[in-house]
Design a protein around this ligand. Structure first.
Ligand SMILES: Nc1ncnc2c1ncn2[C@@H]1O[C@H](COP(=O)(O)OP(=O)(O)OP(=O)(O)O)[C@@H](O)[C@H]1O
Length: 283
């Protein structure tokens, strides 16, 4: 049986409830059982300027992400989405300006603001479980096996904990990468096109799971994507970026009460975002 079918089998019909329980348990173990959207960390970027030699990527950009919100960054290729995410994550320094997460200045990477990249970047010599244990170990903590089990269940990998990462499909590898980031109990998730290399069905499945996890763990998320449908489906707001050095040209609020991929509200919000993208020069 392939690893994918083992996961499918293990998922079973009652999997969403099982994962729901796992999410609650993870929250409880993390000491954040009461951390819900209202208590999640806000992100504030003020007057951010970033210059690489002769390229001014943006100049005086402001962005506020509310606690528990999913903010999608959408824009033409090369407009600075990844650069902005790296500044929020402390992976790069701004030329000027400031980023704060939960009121604390971001001056470098920190396990409290977890990053998920397009490439899962798993350690190939470690099993799935050992990959998830990396964060606590790097912080000098012995991973709690129950907590790791709960995270693996949360992302639907409980059937393949001991597998080699080389045997994982792209979707499973990205699930493992997400679990590894969640093992650090981040207050904020910063995701850089994490699903862009996946087939459409896997992508849609992971989009739904991400929304559930963000909601249940009470984290704030910034999600970079090229995909308008993905931005409108995932986002509470979609920040449309223009060609450098425009930065954020428009922020579209999304009515998430009727979250769906094909109803009227979705299609009209998609059309509104598309119009904004066209206005900034869709590439
Ligand atoms: N390390 C770097 N050194 C020099 N220029 C850079 C560097 N990183 C990014 N840039 C430039 O900054 C601009 C923004 O790049 P960035 O990768 O952030 O855009 P993006 O919107 O994420 O692009 P894509 O959608 O294609 O991934 C581009 O002009 C890019 O060439």
């Amino acid at each position: 049986m392939s690893l994918e079918s083992r996961v499918a089998t293990d998922d079973g019909g009652d999997e969403p409830d099982a994962r729901s329980d796992a999410a609650s348990a993870v929250g409880a173990d993390a000491g954040n059982a009461d951390r819900r959207a209202d208590d999640a960390a806000p992100i504030a970027a003020s007057d951010l300027t970033k210059r690489y030699d002769e390229t001014l990527v943006f100049d005086g950009l402001d962005l506020s992400v509310d606690p528990g919100e999913v903010c999608c960054l959408l824009g033409p290729s090369g407009c600075g989405k990844t650069t902005l995410l790296h500044l929020l994550a402390g992976l790069e320094d701004p030329t000027d300006g400031r980023v704060e997460i939960d009121g604390e200045a971001v001056t470098g990477p920190d396990y409290r603001w977890g990053v998920v990249f397009q490439d899962p970047l798993l350690y190939p010599w470690l099993s799935v479980r050992e990959n998830v244990e990396v964060g606590p170990r790097l912080r000098g903590e012995e991973p709690d096996p129950d907590h790791v089990d709960e995270l693996l269940e949360l992302v639907g990998l409980d059937g393949v904990a001991e597998a080699d990462t080389a045997d994982l499909s792209g979707g499973m590898a990205q699930r493992a990468s997400l679990a590894r980031t969640l093992a650090n109990e981040p207050e904020v998730l910063l995701l850089d096109e994490p699903f862009s290399a996946l087939d459409q069905l896997t992508k849609m499945e992971l989009q739904d799971e991400l929304l559930r996890i963000v909601d249940e763990l009470g984290v704030t998320a910034v999600f970079v994507t090229h995909d308008i449908d993905e931005a409108v489906y995932l986002g509470d707001r979609v920040a449309v970026m223009g060609p450098v050095p425009a930065g954020i040209e428009h922020v579209e609020p999304i009515d998430t009460d009727t979250r769906s991929r094909d109803d009227e509200a979705f299609l009209s919000e998609r059309a509104a975002v598309f119009e904004r993208l066209e206005a900034v020069g869709l590439e």
